[in-house]
Ligand binder design. Sequence first.
Ligand code: ZN
Length: 172
Amino acid sequence: MAILPILTVPNPILKEISKPVEAVTDEIRKLMDDMLDTMYAAPGIGLAAVQVGVPINVIVMDLAREGEPPAPKYFVNPEILEIVDDLKPYDEGCLSVPDIYDTVERPERVKITYLDYNGKSVTEWAEGLYAVCIQHEMDHLKGIVFIDYLSRLKRARAVKKVVKFEKFKAAG
Ligand code: ZN
């Protein structure tokens, strides 16, 4: 397992449309293992493959609270089948937009289908934080980052802050 570098805005790769995965192979599982390590180290609760520079339809997530045992979830080729239209606001953050948080409104419940770590097809409803997180991560697969939902001014400010922060980090 390895910790991979996470791309941050305004890296153009984050705007790429991710491609479907043909099969859940050992290579894909290795990527998911590395992504999970990377996410835990960040730390974060969700990560899409494009965020580590691999634009394919793969997501990892762990919504376990502090003190709870790890509960990793893996999503290959996730699709939204149904949406419950009631919108709910949530203060979102993103490993590709470090230290920026802002409110995004999303459908409260979504029915999703995906292949799991073993390539088994799973269909289930996501609600609460799970619904927020899966929609946020699936946006990444479409080249959308949560700050794209904010006003142009807020978005520009966020990108500027991240660029400054990354420069500072690179300078050590
Ligand atoms: Zn994100």
